[in-house]
Write a protein that binds this ligand. Structure first.
Ligand code: ADP
Length: 491
C-alpha cells in the first residue's frame, strides 16, 4: 500500500513538473520588448559599423587622390632638370616641399638619398625594397607610381630616370596624415553616441508598443480566469486594439454565451432529471405502501397498483437508458456496427410500437412507406432515431392527434420524414432543440415521457453515420423532421 502511494506521488510530481515546464515564466511584455529592442540594436550596430567603414574608405581615398596629384605635379617639375634660380637640387626640393606641403626626397636605385627636403640621409635605404614592391618592379604589374600609408605618413613613390646617366632613381613624397586617425576617432564617437541615442529611443518605443500589445491580452486573460470560475457576466473588449483583438474578443464573448447557455441547460437538465426521477420514485413508494396497507388482500387492486409500479419503474429505466446512451455516444465509446437491412420494414415495425396509442389515446398514424429501401447502418441506433422522432411527433402534435410518417425511395436514397400538426418550433429554438440540455419550457401533457435528451441522441447518431438530416417548422402548423438515407444498390 505504502509503495503504491509513493508511486502515485511520484507520478503526480512528474506530471506537475511537465506542466510547469511547458508554461513559460517570462511575460509576453518582455518577449515583445526584448524582440523589438534586439532587432533595433542589431540594426543600429549594422548601420553604425557600415557608416564607419564608408567613412574610413572615403577619407583614405581622399588622401590618396590628393597625394597622387601633388606627387605627379612635383615629378613634372623635377623632370626638366634644375631650374636656374636654384643653387642645387636640395634647394629645389625644399622649395617644392614648401609649395606643396609635403616632404620631397629623391633616391638612387639602391635607395640612397640623392637629395631631400628633409635632413635624415641614409634613413631610406631600408625602404627601397618596399618602394620596389609597391611599384611592382620585376613583376607583371609594373606601375608608374603608387600611393600607400606607412605609420602616420601617406607616401607617394614613382620612378625617375637620371637624365644624364640614365640610371634609375625614385621620387619619394610623404605627407603627415595623422589627422585621418583623429577625424575617424571623432566620427566613431559621434556614430556611437547616435547609435546609443537611437537605441534608447527604440527601447522606449518598444516598451510602449509591448504595453499596447500586451495590455488587452492581460485584460482578456484575467477575464478568462473569471469566466473559467463560472462568472458569465464578464465582457471581453478588443475593438480599440486592432482587428485581431476585436475578433478574439468576439470569439471569447461567443464562447462565454455558449458556456452560459450550456451551464443554464445543464442546471435545467439536473432539475428536470431530478424531477423526472422523483415523480416515478414517489409513485412507486406510494403504490408500494398502498399494496402493503390497503390492497394486500384484494387481488384486483393489488395487480392494478403493481402495474403502476412496473410502469413507473419502466420510466425510470428509460430515463437512465437515455442518459447512458447519450454519454456513451458523446464520449465516443459507442462505435457503429453497420449492417445492411430493409429500412422500409424496419420503419413499419417502429411505427407499430406506437400502435397502442391508437387505442389508448386516439392517435392516428398516417403511414406512406415505399418498399425495398435497403440501407447500411447501425440498425439498433437507427431504431432509436426513428423511435425518438416518432415519439416527439406524438408528444407535440396538435389536437387532431395525427402523425404522418413517410419513407420515399429515390434513385439512390430513401427520404424518411415524420410530420406532426402541433404548434411548431420558433426560429430561435430551431438550432437549440438539438442541444444536449435543451428542453421546451412548456409544461405539456405528453403521452410519452421525455428527458430532453432525445434529439441530441438523434443528432449524434446521424452525425456518426454522416447522414443528412434536419427539421422544417411552420409556427402554428407543425414540424417535419427528416433524414436522408443513402441506399445500397441491389445486385
Ligand atoms: P423532449 O422531447 O424529451 O423534451 P427532445 O430532445 O426529444 O426532448 O426534444 C427537445 C425539444 O425539442 C423539446 O423539448 C421540444 O421543445 C422540441 N421538439 C422536439 N420535437 C418537436 C416537435 N415535433 N414539435 C415541436 N417541438 C419539438
Amino acid at each position: 500500500m505504502r509503495e503504491e502511494k509513493k508511486k502515485g506521488k511520484k507520478i503526480k510530481e512528474k506530471l506537475r513538473a511537465r506542466y510547469t515546464q511547458r508554461v513559460s515564466s517570462t511575460s509576453l511584455f518582455f518577449w515583445v520588448l526584448g524582440a523589438i529592442s534586439g532587432v533595433c540594436l542589431l540594426m543600429v550596430l549594422l548601420f553604425g559599423v557600415s557608416q564607419w567603414f564608408v567613412l574610413k574608405n572615403t577619407v583614405q581615398q581622399q588622401m590618396s587622390q590628393d597625394l597622387s596629384v601633388r606627387g605627379q605635379t612635383i615629378k613634372e617639375r623635377l623632370l626638366p632638370g634644375l631650374p636656374p634660380q636654384f643653387a642645387d637640387e636640395e634647394e629645389h626640393a625644399r622649395h617644392l616641399s614648401a609649395t606643396y606641403g609635403v616632404n620631397v626626397t629623391v633616391l638612387d636605385g639602391e635607395g640612397r638619398v640623392l637629395y631631400s627636403s628633409a635632413l635624415e640621409a641614409d634613413s631610406f635605404v631600408s625602404d627601397v625594397a618596399k618602394i620596389k614592391a609597391e611599384l611592382g618592379e620585376g613583376t607583371e604589374v609594373d606601375r608608374d607610381f603608387s600611393v600607400y600609408q606607412q605609420g602616420n605618413d601617406g607616401v607617394y613613390v614613382c620612378r625617375l630616370e637620371d637624365a644624364q646617366t640614365g640610371a634609375n632613381a625614385y621620387l619619394y613624397v610623404t605627407k603627415d596624415v595623422s589627422y585621418m586617425g583623429i577625424v575617424l576617432g571623432e566620427m566613431s564617437i559621434r556614430i556611437l553616441f547616435s547609435a546609443l541615442f537611437v537605441f534608447v529611443l527604440a527601447f522606449v518605443v518598444a516598451a510602449i508598443v509591448s504595453g499596447f500589445i500586451t495590455k488587452p491580452i492581460d485584460e482578456m486573460k484575467d477575464k478568462a480566469k473569471l469566466l473559467a470560475r463560472g462568472d458569465f457576466s464578464v465582457n471581453f473588449h478588443g475593438k480599440d486594439y486592432g482587428r485581431e483583438m476585436a475578433e478574439l474578443a468576439e470569439s471569447l464573448n461567443f464562447a462565454r454565451d455558449e458556456l452560459s447557455k450550456t451551464d443554464g441547460m445543464q442546471k435545467e437538465l439536473i432539475a428536470n432529471v431530478s424531477h423526472d426521477f422523483k415523480t416515478p420514485l414517489t409513485m412507486i413508494k406510494a403504490y408500494a405502501s398502498m399494496i402493503v396497507e390497503i390492497s394486500g388482500e384484494d387481488k384486483k387492486k393489488r395487480e392494478k397498483h403493481a402495474t403502476v409500479i412496473i410502469e413507473e419503474a419502466d420510466r425510470l429505466t428509460s430515463l437512465v437508458g437515455d442518459l447512458l446512451d447519450l454519454s456513451k455516444l458523446q464520449s465516443g465509446i459507442a462505435a457503429l456496427s453497420k449492417e445492411e437491412f430493409d429500412l422500409s420494414a424496419y420503419t413499419r415495425q417502429a411505427v407499430e410500437k406506437f400502435g397502442y396509442l391508437q387505442e389508448t389515446h386516439g392517435y392516428q398514424f398516417i403511414v406512406d412507406i415505399d418498399d425495398g429501401a435497403i440501407v447500411s447502418a447501425d440498425k439498433g441506433k437507427i431504431g432509436q432515431v426513428l423511435h425518438n422522432l416518432i415519439g416527439n411527433a406524438v408528444n407535440y402534435t396538435g389536437d387532431d392527434k395525427k402523425v404522418y410518417i413517410s419513407l420515399k425511395r429515390g434513385e439512390t436514397s430513401a427520404y424518411f420524414s415524420v410530420r406532426d400538426t402541433g404548434k411548431g418550433i420558433s426560429k430561435e429554438a430551431l438550432n437549440d432543440i438539438w442541444d444536449r440540455y435543451y428542453r421546451s419550457k412548456e409544461t405539456h401533457k405528453r403521452p410519452i415521457q421525455g428527458t430532453g435528451l432525445g434529439l441530441s441522441i438523434v443528432r449524434r447518431v446521424l452525425e456518426m453515420h454522416n447522414l443528412k438530416f434536419g427539421v422544417e417548422s411552420d409556427l402554428g402548423k407543425g414540424s417535419v423532421f427528416y433524414v436522408d438515407f443513402p441506399c445500397v444498390s441491389e445486385g
